[in-house]
Design a protein around this ligand. Structure first.
Ligand code: MTE
Length: 334
């Protein structure tokens, strides 16, 4: 039977319907990963699944989706982060969003993003690299081993969540395209689709949304591309089909729905730097000692909690990332 390309991935409710009928177990490795999950990894459907034939032509073979992304119900490998704080619920993470391409109202992003079509999808990787490559979504999930990463997401607006992402280190993709010795920065760009993204029809920001990292930051093992969350493909409101997650930086650095990645020798100007250079710097490391001009960064509200909690240096990842900024004045390089 011919392999069905990921470019024909159907909306979630259709393939979930199909997957309801699937039984079986994944590899021993995937079972271990999912040991604590509420969902079960799925095997490819039997060909005799006649009732489902109408959707089969447009449904990816489940064997192509890493089991870490193929759960029926939201599933995570642990109930807390490494500090012992509980995960936010799937409902919280998918209903309180910042995604200005849809709307500036956090509670209605999910609704406004309903008709966004994440498939087919391509990411162009270009600039100062020896092997410029355009990856399809299928390439990304099959070439790069996926794993769960439970991270705190700290928004510059002083709220936070604990989120079980599924993805792979940015370094893996960069190693595949081989940056040249001149490459110093990585620039990331979000898709521009005003017809599907109502917020892009007004000039809230200078579209497309752009973000950047220093190359050594992008190569850090904690910096990932996420394609999923809670054991399922990303929802549109969370940045489907692929977004960045850099947990020691304010959430706005974690750019969603990426279509272009460019290696460069000049520091990229992010969408937020361009909009308000005195408020948003290039680094945007979580730092309780450097306040935003309009609010304190010393504490934050975890979504689902009423009390405020102290904000941790580098969002609690200081031991892992502080060396990247040694000798830098973090009040100037904010
Ligand atoms: N990426 C794009 N393209 N557009 C956005 O408006 N918002 C950022 C970031 N990535 C944003 C974006 C901000 S401010 C935050 S806090 C996080 O996404 C929120 O991610 P979440 O909605 O998945 O929690």
């Amino acid at each position: 039977m011919a392999k069905i390309p990921f470019s024909e991935i159907t909306p979630e409710h259709i393939y979930l319907n199909r997957r309801k009928f699937m039984v079986g177990a994944g590899s021993a490795a995937s079972l271990a990963v999912l040991a604590a999950c509420v969902g079960s990894p799925s095997a490819p459907a039997a060909d005799s699944d006649a009732a489902e034939q109408t959707t089969a032509a447009t449904t990816p073979p489940v064997s192509d989706l890493p089991p870490e992304l193929a759960n029926d119900a939201p599933a995570a490998g642990a109930t807390t982060d490494e500090l012992g704080d509980p995960l936010n619920t799937y409902e919280e993470i998918t209903n309180y969003n910042n995604y200005y391409e849809f709307t500036t109202n956090k509670q209605t992003v999910a609704k406004k993003a309903k008709d966004f079509e994440p498939f087919p999808w391509q990411v162009e990787v270009t600039g100062l690299v020896d092997k410029p490559t355009t990856f399809s979504f299928e390439d990304l999930v099959t070439q790069f081993p996926h794993e769960e990463r439970i991270y705190r997401l700290r928004c510059v607006e002083a709220w936070s969540m604990v989120i079980p992402w599924v993805g792979f280190p940015i370094s893996m993709l960069l190693e595949a395209v081989q940056p040249t010795s001149e490459a110093k920065f990585v620039k990331f760009t979000t898709v521009e689709r005003p017809e599907q993204m109502p917020g892009q029809r007004s000039r809230t920001l200078d579209w497309p949304y752009v973000e950047g990292l220093r190359l050594d930051e992008a190569m850090h093992p904690l910096a990932i591309f996420a394609t999923g969350m809670y054991g399922k493909l990303l929802t549109a409101q969370n940045g489907a089909p692929i977004r960045m997650v850099v947990p020691w930086k304010y959430g706005f650095k974690s750019i969603k729905s990426i279509v272009k990645i460019e290696l460069t020798d000049v520091m990229p100007t992010s969408a937020w730097m361009a909009a308000a250079p005195n408020e948003y710097g290039f680094y945007a490391n979580v730092n309780p000692n450097v306040d935003h001009p309009r609010w304190s960064q010393g504490s934050e509200r975890r979504i689902g909690e009423s009390r405020r909690r102290p904000t941790l240096m580098f969002n609690g990842y200081e031991d892992e990332v502080a060396y990247l900024y040694e000798g830098m004045d973090l009040t100037k390089n904010f």
